[in-house]
Design a binder for this molecule. Structure first.
Ligand code: ZN
Length: 236
């Protein structure tokens, strides 16, 4: 099982506050704790050729993590289509925070999932686990507390999730569906809300635990593709 952590890697180059938290990029921190958990992990960023997601990289990726925000529009449509095709074949995806508005997540959802409420006011966030039997929340208590995060609020314009694992409460009053699973083709997708670039959220051990679990959950072993189209009778 091979993981690729993709990041647009833009805020970390231009914003000193973000650079101070993630000097080598958000992808480096996410890749490090996944590797320490025993996974085979690579990284890819937007400014690499083909946005770092060449045919070879995608063919060798079983689970793709995705963080993007200010440069969603710069991801080539051809790359989005190739990622989509790999999800149909069984590649898992873990979509992080503002990845909700990425081209690929919107294409997978079939809705303009960028639609939600937001506010940068350093609110406290409590992520309540609402499905304790799920593999993604194993080892997590009934809640995760983040002292300061960006606020997201409902309504979040997504299709009904296959499973809802977390609901967030924010000290400013909003609530949000923060942990959602979807299946598309053979691919398993997990959306996980926290992870604003000016907050050290990806250093939080419980957040890391959720994402380590999510990588294992999203993995689908390779298998022969389904056959479609005209076929002769199976039984004469
Ligand atoms: Zn954000």
């Amino acid at each position: 099982m091979r993981i690729t952590v993709w990041n647009e890697f833009a805020h970390e180059k231009t914003d000193e506050a973000v650079k101070a938290i993630y000097p080598d990029g958000i992808h480096a921190v996410v890749a490090q704790f996944l590797a320490e958990a025993g996974y085979d992990v690579g990284t890819a960023t937007l400014d690499m050729p083909e946005a770092g997601l060449t045919d070879e990289v995608l063919a060798n990726t079983d689970v793709l993590f995705w963080w993007g925000h200010m440069r969603h529009g710069d991801v080539p449509d051809s790359v989005v289509q190739k990622v989509y095709n790999r999800v149909m074949e069984g590649m898992g995806m873990v979509v992080l925070h503002s990845g909700h508005a990425s081209k690929i997540f919107q294409k997978l959802c079939g809705t303009p999932s960028g639609q939600l409420k937001w506010r940068e006011s350093g609110d406290k966030e409590i992520l309540w686990v609402v499905e304790q039997s799920h593999p993604i929340v194993q080892g997590i208590d009934e809640k995760i507390i983040l002292e300061h995060e960006e606020t997201y609020g409902e309504h979040f314009l997504i299709p009904e999730p296959d499973e809802l694992l977390f609901i967030s409460w924010f000290s400013g009053g909003e609530v949000f569906r923060s942990g959602c699973t979807f299946k598309r083709g053979r691919g398993k997708i997990f959306y996980f809300r926290p992870g604003h670039e000016t907050c050290p959220t990806y250093y939080n051990k419980e957040v890391q635990k959720v994402l380590i679990n999510a990588a294992a959950w999203a993995y689908t072993p390779k298998a022969e593709p389904y056959k479609y189209g005209w076929v002769p009778k199976v039984v004469e």
